[in-house]
Design a protein around this ligand. Structure first.
Ligand SMILES: NC(=O)c1ccc[n+]([C@@H]2O[C@H](COP(=O)([O-])OP(=O)(O)OC[C@H]3O[C@@H](n4cnc5c(N)ncnc54)[C@H](O)[C@@H]3O)[C@@H](O)[C@H]2O)c1
Ligand SMILES: O=C(O)C(=O)C[C@@H](O)[C@H](O)[C@H](O)COP(=O)(O)O
Ligand SMILES: [Zn+2]
Length: 364
């Protein structure tokens, strides 16, 4: 079934804004690519898995608008979200004498999106870029809001910038080719929006998680749109994470510790966030902010989404050490995003003993 494009607009300070286009058949529609900044060159950044699937189609659409459409092909994987890949993009831009009007297109998941956005932010101090997310996770989260980064061996997304795209094109048809494990990873970031912002959406997810796993297009269209609306609203109020935006980090303090602790790539980001949300839900209960039923409710939904709910046994000391590197930590004190009532999140420190008990309860 075809889903006519819908558009969610993100409104930022100083009158800046951009559209997130969501629908089926977006890729091959000429209108999708109209009205973008024009330049001598467009540069598509993608990887070796996505290129055979979607590169030619994107090139065909861009060809009428740019004198040249270049491609930077990167290796696939979270372990390549690093300085080497960033250098490869910048080397190409300089090597091909790309000027400051050059438009970058991030064709892929969150890894490609985060790195392309960061390259766009730093090349000649900023060139425009378009997010073309092809994973569920990227369509509901990473392509929206302008967090761009690469990983560092000592911490996740530790080198980056806030830099917004000029448009997001989320074609739901690209989800047809997504491996099942990646679909589940995307569901983690969708589930996140329920407890932090929208209890009715949490209930909707409980009723529709099987339809999402079956890739029902109507269910996907609703979930992507609602997720983008919630994220756009939060980012519109706090673009540079001075406060409120941190709620989008629910489950991420534990989750990033898992990703960094295991070495990037072993667990998917969404898997680590899923398990991290179980831990953060338990912490919310132990802090007396949520009733005991909240933990099994979240755990059940995360499990039904095909995500792990038991974390790796890195050791409590190691978890604590890794979490101190979190960007939300202040003066070495870790601050956790907790649920303070369904649809309401906040950020708090927690006693080490409580955090240790949470880790003990959800690792094996
Ligand atoms: N900037 C943000 O706000 C933000 C938000 C959430 C996550 N992230 C980051 O996003 C990254 C995770 O993104 P992800 O889950 O998209 O992972 P990913 O980018 O690694 O993509 C997942 C896998 O799917 C493949 N793939 C992509 N599209 C496909 C398609 N349509 N069909 C078949 N295969 C396809 C990719 O090649 C890759 O192997 C992490 O680095 C995370 O830190 C950033
Ligand atoms: O957009 C945000 O803000 C988020 O926190 C979204 C997260 O899903 C994403 O993983 C983000 O990159 C994590 O934030 P970070 O600042 O810890 O890198
Ligand atoms: Zn995330």
């Amino acid at each position: 079934m075809q889903h006519p494009p819908e558009s969610v607009s993100i409104a930022l300070p100083d009158g800046r804004s951009y559209d997130i286009l969501i629908g089926t058949c977006l890729f091959d529609a000429a209108a999708t690519w109209q009205g973008l900044p024009r330049a001598a060159a467009a540069v598509i950044v993608t990887n070796e898995t996505i290129a055979p699937l979607y590169l030619e189609r994107l090139k065909r659409q861009l060809a009428p608008h740019y004198e040249r459409v270049d491609v930077v092909l990167l290796p696939d994987g979270e372990e390549h979200k690093n300085q080497d890949s960033l250098n490869a993009i910048v080397d190409h831009l300089l090597g091909q004498a790309c000027d400051r009007k050059t438009v970058l297109f991030a064709l892929g998941g969150g890894v490609i999106g985060d790195m392309t956005g960061f390259a766009a932010a730093i090349y000649m101090r900023g060139v425009p870029f378009v997010q073309v997310p092809t994973t569920l996770l990227a369509q509901v989260d990473s392509s929206v809001g302008g967090k761009t980064a690469i990983n560092h061996p000592l911490g996740k997304n530790m080198v980056g910038a806030f830099y917004q795209p000029v448009r997001v094109v989320a074609d739901l048809d690209t989800l047809d080719t997504l491996p099942r494990r990646e679909l589940s990873a995307g569901l983690a970031e969708i589930i996140k929006y329920g407890p932090i912002a929208d209890p009715a959406f949490l209930e909707w997810l409980e009723a529709n998680i099987d339809a999402l796993l079956a890739r029902d297009k109507a269910a996907l269209a609703y979930a992507v749109k609602r997720s983008c609306e919630i994220k756009a609203d939060v980012v519109g109020q706090d673009e540079r994470e001075q406060g409120l935006r941190a709620i989008l980090n629910f489950g991420h303090t534990f989750g990033h510790a898992i990703e960094t602790g295991l070495g990037y790539g072993e667990w998917l980001h969404g898997e680590a966030v899923g398990c991290g949300m179980v831990m953060a839900s338990d912490l919310s209960v132990r802090l007396g902010l949520m009733p005991a039923e909240f933990l099994p409710r979240m755990k059940r939904l995360i499990e039904r989404a095909g995500l792990p709910v038991v974390g790796p046994k890195l050791g409590i000391a190691r978890y604590l050490e890794l979490m101190q590197v979190d960007k939300k930590a202040e003066g070495g004190a870790i601050r956790f995003v907790v649920i303070e009532g369904l649809g309401k999140a906040g950020m708090r420190p927690a006693p080490d003993e409580l955090v240790a008990a949470v880790i003990e309860a959800h690792t094996a």
